[in-house]
Design a protein around this ligand. Structure first.
Ligand code: F6P
Length: 326
């Protein structure tokens, strides 16, 4: 069946650059003769029928804004068969023939299930600060979040240096260590603690001791959030107990990492991927995410995108953090 009308939604955690993607999808679709409808609050709005007509002007003046004008949610209803049936009925009643879904692994897994059940053409865009999708070197929002992290660490370094302190800085990332590891490289941190690798508290303490001994007057350790270990708070408690000589503090960056105006890199990525999503649907592609590999836009099947095979160069990158902070 020929596609006439494309629905667009953002789902899961918001990420800077989602608006740039919404703008690119909408305008490329209209340019190519499609109608566009915006679905509010992700899959939740598809179930509850919050669907609005989108014109070219609906996406004016948003490329520079963080968050998402479509709002976002993590929908419980869409996880049920009944919810997805309702979503399909609403979608058809609104005349929507295909969907562009912008979100992270939960959103793309949901898209795969929906497409399997209802034969709906869906193209996904990787929108998450976590960078934890397979088949793409970067996700929309990751670069902005990294820049937010280095900005925060630069500021913390002033206090750390003045007081000769050790700071544990917790960053997001869901179950992945991309933000922590690359945030550590970019901010010149002394160490990165990531879920992909075991942490030896003794070795970490040695490294920090050595730094202070060599006349360093501060230490910053970036810690990926990790409910299993208690993240930065858990690690700081362990270190303080065994090594009370450290004047340690904890800073949790939290949702600050999700906000803010997207960087040029994220705006460009979102714009190109958004345009490509419409090209993909026009070509008859379905159930693929747009990824970027070595500078080239590529199609990645949803199943591969959410496989969670880390593409971190763990050993090499951890070594870089270590050598450069000596
Ligand atoms: O996926 C983005 C993310 O910010 C993760 O890094 C984090 O674990 C999670 O979302 C937090 O979710 P919420 O905003 O629902 O607390």
């Amino acid at each position: 069946m020929a596609i006439k009308c494309i629905g667009i939604l953002t789902s899961g955690g918001d990420a800077p650059g989602m608006n740039a993607a919404i703008r690119a999808v909408t305008r490329t679709a209209i340019y190519n003769g499609y109608k566009v409808k915006g679905i509010m609050r992700g899959y939740h709005g598809l179930v509850t029928n919050e669907i609005v007509e989108f014109k070219s002007q609906s996406v004016s003046n948003i490329i520079q804004q963080g968050g998402t004008i479509l709002k976002t949610a993590r929908s419980k209803e869409f996880r049920t068969e009944e919810g997805r049936r309702q979503a399909y009925e609403n979608m058809k009643a609104a005349g929507i023939d295909a969907l562009v879904v912008i979100g992270g692994d939960g959103s793309l897994s949901g898209a795969q299930i929906f497409a399997d059940e209802y034969d709906v053409p869906i193209v996904g865009l990787p929108g998450t600060i976590d960078n934890d999708l397979d088949g793409t070197d970067e996700t929309i929002g990751y670069d902005t979040a990294l820049n937010t992290i280095i900005d925060a660490v630069d500021k913390l370094r002033d206090t750390a240096t003045s007081h000769e302190r050790l700071f544990f800085v917790e960053v997001m990332g869901n179950t992945a260590g991309y933000l922590a590891l690359n945030g550590a490289i970019a901010s010149g941190a002394e160490a990165a603690i990531i879920p992909e690798m075991e942490t030896e508290v003794d070795q970490l303490a040695d490294l920090i001791h050595n730094g202070f001994r060599k006349s360093k007057n501060s230490a910053i350790v970036l810690v990926a959030e990790n409910p299993a270990t208690g993240g930065a708070m858990g690690l700081a408690q362990r270190i303080k107990k065994e090594f009370p000589e450290f004047d340690a503090r904890v800073t949790i960056l939290g949702h600050i990492q999700r906000g803010g105006s997207p960087t040029a890199k994220d705006r460009i990525l979102a714009s190109k991927m958004g345009a490509m999503a419409i090209e993909a649907l026009s070509e008859g592609q379905r159930n693929v995410m747009i990824g970027i590999k070595n500078g080239e836009l590529v199609y990645v099947p949803f199943k591969k995108a959410v496989a969670h095979t880390s593409h971190l160069n763990l050993k090499d990158d951890m070594e870089v953090v270590k050598i450069l902070s000596m």
